[in-house]
Design a protein around this ligand. Structure first.
Ligand code: ZN
Length: 653
């Protein structure tokens, strides 16, 4: 009655090679996992895996092992699969996927040494800078977006008065219907003030967090107008485009558009001194400082904090989603920041993240460029070797000192204890639930993506669909704790995305044509698709299940799995109950067990056809079980069909 699909996917598609067939004809190929085991034994090192080795076969395997060096061997072996290693200690290496924005200190050193050869004085550096200026814009793809920019009046909140400063929220329309939301901190004192544009990084609670408010307000008390604003897809921007938009290349472009748009608007204010314009941000906000100052020469002082490095561009798509560092035939954030010479620049670094290299690599490099202008005194580095990746008091103090000097601020007013920390709701322009958003405001990804190119559009649309699916599923659980709900949403969204991406990157054509060994039939397209999908690293599944079980009850976990599989467990069980009217409790429990196994397997497959095929495998198991339990499944099924037909015929009469 039904085709039997052998669980071929359980076999995977690995194969083994013996010493006899290690010849040039087989390209001396060996499974990657074997080669790594050998390196581990031979060099007595521990290899920690963050990579997938399933089904990966390495040609010329043993020739890649260099007996004098574990690291050279690893490089030779891993590069073939776009993997790399990170040394954790003398005897331990972590194997990871290649990340284009994250390189090594050695790479930074070599790159800076190379860049040094490109210019020897101010004139040759200016020539290089002109190329970078043009190509950064082009690689970022910002000009086609800026062409669509609107120039409407911002939505401004009431001004809130505090000790020595005021705060006002702003929602500024950038592209039609799209807003950037932020807050303007202004000194209480009247007069012309310098302006500091403060893009935000990825610290928890975004721009609403305490240390952010402390910094904005303190700089305002000292005499500078400060503007901070949400990351694209964070804070109020999430109301418009959803959180998934942040992990798109559009975020890279839009965050630059947002910073420049706010600068344009602020310069229309009569209390701003256009000769004193600063940029300051930490982490991802520091990456934005580099980009903003490279794009626009109206900035006159800059302070990237725990961000700048020659070997790391920022790992988020909002920092490296567009190939900006391919400008000028290859560049990095240190060189892009050097374009700011000879204007005042402070680089804040620490000992516990990638900026640990600043005192020995990036700072000397910057000093050389500043030297072309006889302005080495204009670039400074505050390095905090014992500190980590945050915007803590010592980093803020460095920023206060720097801007006090650069913009002639009032140091006497530097006192964070005078700052009022407002609740997040006070800093919103559109209300707690977005109820004050203008009527024409965009409320979906798709409308934003329309400003970008088609390819991006389809990716954004797909991500948005998965994000909504995850949100809808989690909503049915009616979780009381919003933090848990958010965690589960992200967990499911990431899983759905990984399943989709694996499916799209491993089409059926990657599995050779062949036969199903248990039927002898040629593998169908669906069989091959399922074999390809079944090779997805098991960590993807485990991460989801462990996460779900950590915050949900078992019943809630089952509810989510039922969402993935559109209630197939209950539906199929009902079928068995109808076909076997005297199904015993024990039989029912066994069948339910099989169906639940099917359900958990099926969630890692992308489409309904595949999910059904998984259930078919387990239905076969259920029917074999019934037969072994003294039932005649074939007969039971036939009786059921006859009974249904008779009922239908009776109804017609
Ligand atoms: Zn980001």
């Amino acid at each position: 009655m039904k085709k039997r699909l052998v669980p071929l996917f359980l076999l995977g598609c690995t194969f083994s090679l013996t010493a006899q067939n290690m010849t040039v004809e087989t390209q001396f190929a060996r499974p990657l996992s074997d080669v790594l085991k050998e390196i581990s034994t031979r060099f007595n090192v521990t290899l920690k895996y963050d990579i997938d080795t399933v089904g990966k076969v390495l040609p010329y395997a043993d020739f890649r092992i260099r007996p004098y060096s574990a690291e050279e061997s690893l490089t030779n072996v891993l590069a073939y699969f776009d993997y790399k290693f990170v040394k954790q200690d003398e005897k331990t290496y972590k194997l990871k996927s290649y990340e284009y924005p994250r390189r090594t200190d050695e790479d930074g050193e070599k790159m800076l040494a190379y860049l040094h050869t490109l210019y020897k004085d101010q004139a040759s550096w200016e020539a290089r800078k002109a190329i970078l200026r043009a190509e950064v814009r082009q690689k970022l793809g910002i000009d086609p977006i800026l062409k669509q920019k609107v120039n409407t009046k911002p939505v401004l909140s009431k001004v809130r008065k505090f000790d020595g400063y005021t705060v006002q929220n702003i929602a500024l329309e950038t592209l039609p219907g799209l807003y950037v939301c932020g807050s303007i901190y202004t000194p209480a004192k009247k007069g012309k003030h310098p302006l500091i544009i403060c893009p935000n990084g990825h610290f928890g609670d975004g721009r609403y967090r305490k240390d952010q408010q402390q910094r904005m307000a303190t700089l305002a008390r000292m005499g500078a107008v400060c503007v901070d604003y949400d990351l694209f897809g964070w804070g109020e921007s999430a109301l418009q485009v959803g959180g998934a938009a942040h992990r798109s290349s559009a975020a890279h472009i839009m965050q630059a558009v947002n910073g420049l748009s706010l600068l344009d608007y602020m310069l229309t204010r009569k209390d701003i001194d256009p000769t004193r314009i600063g940029a300051n941000g930490g982490s991802g906000g520091g990456s934005q400082v580099v980009l903003l100052t490279a794009l626009d020469d109206r900035f006159t002082a800059a302070a990237p904090v725990v961000s700048l490095a020659s070997h790391f561009d920022g790992g988020c798509p909002c920092e490296s989603g567009m190939p900006v560092t391919l400008a000028g035939g290859g560049t990095n954030n240190a060189e892009l920041m050097a374009m700011f010479a000879p204007q005042p620049l402070l680089v804040v670094s620490d000992g516990k993240d990638w900026t640990a290299s600043v005192p020995t690599l990036e700072y000397p490099y910057l000093q050389r460029i500043y030297g072309f202008y006889k302005a080495t005194d204009k670039v400074s580095n505050v390095h905090l070797p014992k500190e980590g990746h945050d915007f803590g008091p010592n980093k803020r103090n460095a920023v206060y000192d720097f801007f006090a000097q650069a913009f002639n601020l009032d140091k006497k007013m530097e006192d964070e204890s005078k700052v009022t920390i407002e609740p997040e709701s006070a800093l919103l322009s559109f209300g707690n639930k977005g109820e004050l958003m203008p009527a024409h405001a965009i409320r979906s990804f798709n409308d934003v993506a329309a400003y970008f190119d088609k390819k991006l559009y389809s990716q954004l649309k797909s991500d948005a669909g998965l994000e909504k699916k995850a949100a809808d599923w989690v909503a049915t659980l009616q979780l009381e704790n919003e933090k848990d709900a958010g965690f589960v949403r992200t967990l499911i969204y990431n899983h759905l995305r990984q399943v989709r991406d694996w499916h799209n990157e491993h089409p059926y054509s990657t599995v050779p044509e062949g036969i199903n060994p248990s039927t002898g039939n040629k593998l169908s397209k669906l069989d091959r698709e399922m074999i390809a999908d079944s090779a997805m690293p098991k960590e993807v599944h485990e991460k989801l299940m462990n996460g779900l079980r950590r915050v949900l009850t078992e019943e809630q976990v089952e509810q989510i799995l039922d969402k993935y599989t559109v209630g197939k467990v209950a539906f199929t069980l009902k079928g068995y109950q109808a076909i076997v009217p005297d199904l015993t409790a024990e039989e029912e429990a066994t069948i339910l067990g099989h169906l639940k196994e099917a359900r958990e397997k099926a969630i890692d497959y992308k489409n309904m056809k595949q999910i059904s095929a998984i259930f078919e495998i387990y239905k076969t198991k259920c029917e074999q079980y019934l037969n072994n339990n003294g039932r005649n499944w074939r007969q039971l099924f036939k009786d059921y069909v006859n009974k249904r037909n008779a009922e239908k015929a009776a109804q017609k009469k």
